[in-house]
Design a protein around this ligand. Sequence first.
Ligand code: MLT
Ligand code: ZN
Length: 446
Amino acid sequence: MAPFRNLPDATVLTDPDALEPYRHDESHVLGVLPLAVVRPRGPAALKELVRLAKAEGFALVPRGAGTGKAGGCLPTGQRAVVVDFSAWPGELRVSPQDLSLSAPASALLRDVKAAAAAQGFFYPPDPNSWESCALGGTLATNAGGPNACKYGMTRHWVLSVEALLEDGEIHTFGISSVKANAGPALGQLLIGSEGIFGFIVGATLRLTPMPREYTTLLLPVKRWQDLLDLPGRLCGAGYLPSAFEFFDPAVLSELRAHGPEEARRLPGEAMAILEFDERGCTSEPFLEGLLDLLGPVAEGLEVASDERQRQGIWAVRRMTSAFLKERHPKKVSEDIVVPRSRLGEFFAGLERLGIPSVSYGHLGDGNLHVNLLAAGETEPALLERQLMDLFRLSMSLGGTLSGEHGIGLAKRDAFLALSDPGQIQTLRAIKQALDPQGIFNPGKVI
Ligand code: MLT
Ligand code: ZN
């Protein structure tokens, strides 16, 4: 394609068959066919791409490994070029003295976590796609995961970011230390911005010593509402799980009936997985204290006896999203949040509104994957109403419409309709200041 003929240091794809996969990510939305896909291998390619985008009036859409859940990396509009960062160069470097790790956007999250672990350190962010997603995508979307319950989200683990801005140059924001207070943290503005202000090409991440012990518990319950006050009760009593996941009765029975071997023996009407990773969590006093606190709810509690059993429990949890998608290919999966103190009210509200849904996910931090399994067979206007009701309910309880997947394309209309207009105006003013020609991922988020 003519404008890309002289692009330095990059691979360019223009064959429609090669472009087709770039219309998809792991959300339920579909992008348009881009003009081209460019895989830059250095700053010169990005500089020229920015110049061309401004001169020729096309949009640049960033893409990591394409595992996003909100359509943030999908091309929209008539003229979009996907910038696929999979070939972006750079090494993983751990600095034990600084408790940090630097990596390019192209690094796979699993390799980042493994590089940290090889030196006895832990990088906690663990979205469900952690074995296949790219670090850059997790930074652009501020990815979460089960460990966010104790460790927070991606943004809490970033010391500095390197990002392409609209001058065509790569700038660094932040330093390799947790203490840095020279003015507002512009790097934090880029994290979770889904590429609308600029593209993150690398980062220095914060590490923490690797936990040395885990207690992993399966907690089946007879009345599933009994789970709902547990996250708040545990935290209130000083127990902070590193993960607290749950399956409601409908998800649990689908898993039991049609899931893999490990899922067939899962007990209970509903079930939670709790994990603790602090020093002493495998000791008897810790477990006794926990049992006391749980009271009668702990009746069927099972403790993973070894690492193999622990991994088996997690394997079932990790495959839940893909399993439901396989059985209900047109389902819509949301990721609303409510404060954990309002979980009971949330599920009562969901029932009152009659939204036909099943739920599982990160109960410990109130981030729930509410799945509308029949979305494909639901009349579009009705589906829209059900989703808006769901978002309004979460917001009315002090929550929000996305806890970890982001807004992207999938939730943009709802985000614009339901947010404080002052927030949207502020975001648009920042966008205008940082990207006056609107080349970076237009049509997403705002
Ligand atoms: C998960 O936690 O399994 C995913 O974030 C959920 C999803 O795919 O919707
Ligand atoms: Zn999740």
